[in-house]
Design a protein. Structure first.
Length: 77
C-alpha cells in the first residue's frame, strides 16, 4: 500500500502573489455578476435571457474555481 504524496508547501512569495491575483479576479467577477444582475432588472427578449443565464452560469463557475484556488493556497502555504 502506497501512502498519498503530500504536495510541497507553496513558497510564501508565490502564495502571496496567487492570493493577490485571486483577490483581483474576485473583484472582476463581481463587476460581471453585478452587471448581469442589472441586466435582469430590464426587459429582455427570450434570446437575451438565455445569454444572461449563460453569463450567470459562467461567472458562478469562475467564482467557484477561484474559491477552490484560494482554499488550496491557504491549505498548502
Amino acid at each position: 500500500m502506497t501512502l498519498p504524496v503530500q504536495p510541497k508547501p507553496i513558497p510564501e512569495q508565490q502564495a502571496k502573489e496567487i492570493r493577490r491575483l485571486s483577490h483581483d479576479l474576485s473583484n472582476a467577477l463581481e463587476i460581471v455578476l453585478q452587471t448581469s444582475f442589472l441586466l435582469g432588472t430590464v426587459p429582455l427578449d427570450e434570446e437575451a435571457k438565455k445569454w444572461r443565464t449563460m453569463l450567470d452560469n459562467g461567472v458562478q463557475q469562475a467564482a467557484d474555481i477561484n474559491r477552490r484556488l484560494r482554499e488550496y493556497v491557504r491549505g498548502n502555504s
